[in-house]
Design a protein. Structure first.
Ligand SMILES: [Zn+2]
Length: 144
């Protein structure tokens, strides 16, 4: 199996969250970390983790999601895309996510969270997360 010695963070993340340091967990985290601000689909992850049992992959994703290490964003077709939580979200309450879905390459990009969120909601609604999805043509598709 390939080693992921170049991603010391994956090990620390698992340690910090009291998750077992499994090869599968380290591998999935390393892949998601390398995606930086792009959220990726399950079929893409299956392809990238070739040789990893699908049930194991699903289990790893479920555990990482439960521990709030990763999250899902749904594109306009309802397809989930997985991404690592951005580091700059820590301590931010509620969480603000801004994503851009490219209708050409079908990639989902995470963009810097806007600071315009101050919409007054009726008191009986408590917001935990703002999730925005913008749609259009991404930078790389737009320059072709
Ligand atoms: Zn694109």
């Amino acid at each position: 199996m390939k080693k992921f010695a170049d991603t010391p963070n994956a090990e620390k993340i698992l340690n910090d969250n009291r998750l077992k340091k499994t090869a599968a967990g380290l591998r999935v985290l390393a892949i998601l970390a390398s995606c930086k601000n792009t959220a990726v689909t399950l079929p893409w992850l299956v392809k990238k983790t070739k040789g990893l049992n699908r049930a194991t992959l699903y289990g790893v994703l479920r555990r990482l999601e439960m521990k709030k290490i990763i999250y899902k964003v749904f594109d306009v077709d309802g397809t989930p895309h997985y991404a690592l939580y951005p580091a700059d979200l820590s301590g931010r309450d509620p969480e603000v996510f801004l994503h851009f879905y490219c209708s050409q390459c079908r990639k989902v990009y995470r963009l810097p969270a806007p600071d315009f969120i101050a919409a007054p909601f009726p008191g009986e609604f408590k917001t935990a997360r703002y999730m925005f999805l913008m749609n259009g043509i991404c930078r790389s598709c737009n320059t072709i």
